[in-house]
Design a protein around this ligand. Structure first.
Ligand code: AMP
Length: 215
């Protein structure tokens, strides 16, 4: 099974991706995580991506599609869960080609819907573990010990692009460049809307219902 998680920044894609990929043994592929790791390691891709990521702009499609091609070649899991990819029509078309060449297809696109107000509130209170990448939210999912990751004991940090001005930019970028994908996948008959304004467990239940009807 190959899935895409679509939705604005702060819709809870990362949190849901963790649940789903574990349950269905899918390769969780977050282009945001791949880019942040590349920036930290100062690789060629990281150097090219740094400015885009830190200002909330999209990294060029060609760089992203090269990364995805690598991931598809290397994975040994039963399928993929794309989180934060594709983000443009060009990326979606590129993905279709890559999958077709490997006799694969997208089975379902989960469109996580949430209001802009709620997104901003969620993102400014988001914290991530600098070590294992586990995600927390000071309002809805605080760590047991302030500033410390429950999973690995690492230090929690705030992403550079989770500052208010960059968040607004990311929401604008989503509306302009990524939202058209909703129509793109609706036309293909594989889009399911999910109400992502609810708690993570409630959202998970709704996703399970959709997935049980196709798996
Ligand atoms: P995310 O962790 O998904 O919120 O992504 C963080 C940032 O990484 C985005 O604001 C973009 O700068 C960059 N990024 C992640 N995925 C993509 C993508 N599929 N296409 C272009 N840029 C991306």
């Amino acid at each position: 099974m190959n899935l895409i998680l679509l939705g604005p920044p702060g819709a809870g894609k990362g949190t849901q991706a963790e649940y789903i990929s574990e349950k269905f043994n899918l390769a969780h592929t977050s282009t945001g995580d791949i880019l942040r790791a590349a920036i930290k390691a100062e690789t060629e891709v990281g150097k090219k991506a740094k400015e885009f990521v830190e200002s909330g702009k999209l990294v060029p499609d060609s760089i992203i599609l090269d990364l995805i091609e690598e991931v598809i070649k290397k994975s040994e899991k039963e399928g993929f869960l794309f989180d934060g990819f594709p983000r443009t029509i060009e990326q979606a078309e590129g993905l279709e080609k890559l999958l077709k060449n490997n006799n694969m297809k997208i089975d379902r696109v989960l469109n996580l819907k949430v209001e802009s107000e709620a997104i901003i509130k969620r993102l400014v209170s988001r914290r991530v573990c600098g070590n294992c990448k586990a995600t927390y939210n000071l309002l809805s999912k605080p760590p047991k010990k302030e500033g410390i990751c429950d999973v690995c004991g690492g230090k929690l940090i705030q992403r550079k692009d989770d500052s208010r001005d960059v968040i607004e930019n990311r929401i604008n970028v989503y509306n302009k460049q990524t939202k058209p994908l909703i129509e793109f996948y609706k036309e293909r008959g594989i889009l399911s809307d999910i109400d992502a304004g609810k708690t993570p467990d409630e959202v998970d239940n709704e996703i399970q219902e959709v997935l049980s009807s196709i798996s």
